[in-house]
Design a binder for this molecule. Structure first.
Ligand code: HEM
Length: 456
């Protein structure tokens, strides 16, 4: 199916229908309780009710899009912008002037500023740092000793993002601070989104105090990074320099607040998403020793037994497919929202101006209508002869359109390199006390993954 054939119909269309109400609404509460109790199962069942369905969340109506085609149409249509409860909470806490929450001309200008740092031809420049960090991870681990996968995954994700894009000597202490802050902030933000108790979050309860402290430290950390770069007087060719030198549409330097918010807007999605994906990759390697073994054999045959490097990544076909399949079943970004800027339509259903629209990459990527044996972990489904059967937009973990993640190449390269480096050296076993069930927050990750690396 082509993009054109799924373009949303215009509001002039005469045959627009109202989207059906999803089943199971409870009087007064609507679907809210179900969504809060088990959001993944709830979102995954919605397609049974229609391609576009209405959800009642208290007094509010939200539209859910359930087919791959329509998620593509939504992401590509100018009738929808970034807004809605998810983004409002992000803006309130992380800043209003960063690229992830901006719209219109500011967003276009900001994308122009950051894009060069993520272009395909910029990635080889990051190769040495990615290699160093991937191998440092395996050096730190001791055979047979328990690895706390949450902190280790955050650590490597933050270090790679900070060292490549902000070119600082960001030591473990800072990566540790950032990962603890982000974990607390993201947990608190998720709670504030799904249980909006407004003023109660301002009371001095321990959880609120912890949240406020983490948020303040996150902003302080970013101020430290910017101040250090300025004090150094250096202008390396990196994303931070691009942000510090950026001009607005009048050719004037952008303000301090925008610089700050931009660094936040890049560091926060950059660490949480990659860290969550690394946790799932470690979980997959432990759960599927046959694929861990296959990755190890592939790495050995491609490298000839030398340490795996950036130049090998393209040849690591099975390793890359393991990464993609892990991202299919456990997408870090499991829910996305938009807001209609005008009366419009999706799939023949009327969408009024101002309506919030939601969809779940998790539900889309696990749908039996798009994938055979949809819940099986099967990296070979990404071999070219099989992947051609996957419907368009049924696997878009980085989204599409003007809000597409700028970091798709940057992320895929480091994820494959890390998977290759750790698999070349170790196989993994879960240890007592490990809990690899899915923790739903702003991203998806295992609750508390504890693994024991064992030499091959
Ligand atoms: C946006 C996924 C890694 C920076 C997005 C979006 C998705 C996504 C789905 C689009 C959101 C939407 O459509 O509303 C992921 C995944 C990652 C990843 C799955 C890794 C596994 C990163 C990294 C960085 C980053 C490493 C930066 C270092 C951003 C930014 C945006 C974004 C700045 C906002 C773009 C805009 O609104 O124009 N990401 N991301 N992401 N991502 Fe990523």
């Amino acid at each position: 199916m082509t993009v054109e054939s799924v373009q949303p119909q215009t509001s002039e269309s005469t045959e627009l229908r109202d989207a059906p109400l999803a089943g199971g609404a409870v009087p007064g509460l609507g679907h809210g309780l179900k969504l809060v109790r088990d959001p993944l199962a709830f979102m995954s069942r919605l397609r049974d009710h229609g391609d576009v369905v209405r959800l009642k969340l208290g007094p509010k109506t939200v539209y859910a899009v359930t087919t791959p085609e329509l998620t593509g149409a939504l992401a590509l249509s100018p009738d929808f912008k970034i807004d809605g409860p998810l983004w409002e909470s992000l803006e309130g806490l992380l800043g209003k002037e960063g690229v992830a929450t901006a719209n219109g001309p500011r967003h276009r200008r900001q994308r122009r500023t950051i894009q060069p740092a993520f272009r395909l031809d910029a990635i080889p420049g990051y190769g040495p740092v990615m290699e160093e960090e991937a191998h440092a991870l395996t050096e730190r681990w001791r055979p047979g000793e328990t690895v706390d996968c949450t902190s280790e995954s955050f650590r490597v994700a933050v270090r790679i993002a900070a060292r490549c894009l902000l070119r600082g000597e960001y030591m473990d202490e800072r990566a540790e601070r950032l990962s603890v802050d982000l974990a607390t902030v993201f947990r608190g933000m998720y709670r504030r989104m799904v249980i909006p108790l407004g003023p109660l979050y301002r009371l001095p309860f321990p959880a609120n105090r912890e949240f406020n402290r983490a948020l303040a430290d996150l902003h302080l950390l970013v101020d430290e990074i910017v101040a250090e770069r300025r004090a150094s007087g250096q202008k390396p060719d990196d994303l931070l320099t691009a942000l510090l030198e950026a001009k607005d549409d009048n050719g004037d330097p952008i303000g301090e607040q925008e610089i700050h918010d931009q660094v936040v807007a890049i560091l926060t999605p950059g660490s949480e998403t990659v860290a969550s994906t690394i946790m799932w990759l470690l979980q997959v390697l432990a759960e599927h020793p046959e694929h861990a073994e296959k990755v190890r054999t592939e790495v050995e045959s491609v490298t000839g037994g030398r340490p795996v490097g950036f130049e090998h990544v393209r040849s690591l076909r099975h390793t890359n497919n393991v990464v993609v399949e892990a991202m299919r079943l456990r997408p870090a970004v499991w829910i996305l929202t938009r807001r209609a800027v005008t009366d419009t339509a999706l799939g023949g259903y009327r969408i009024p101006a101002g309506a919030d629209i939601v969809y779940s990459p998790y539900a889309i990527q696990r749908d039996a209508r798009s994938y055979d044996h949809h819940l099986d972990f099967d990296p070979d489904r990404w071999l070219p002869e099989r992947s051609k059967d996957v419907p368009k937009y049924a696997m878009s973990p980085f989204s599409v359109g003007n809000r597409k993640c700028p970091s798709d190449h940057f992320s895929m390269t480091q994820l494959s390199l890390i998977t290759a480096a750790i698999s070349a050296r170790y196989r993994f076993e879960q240890v007592g006390g490990s809990n690899d069930t899915t923790r739903v927050g702003i991203t998806l990750r295992p609750h508390n993954l504890l693994l024991r690396p064992m030499p091959w």
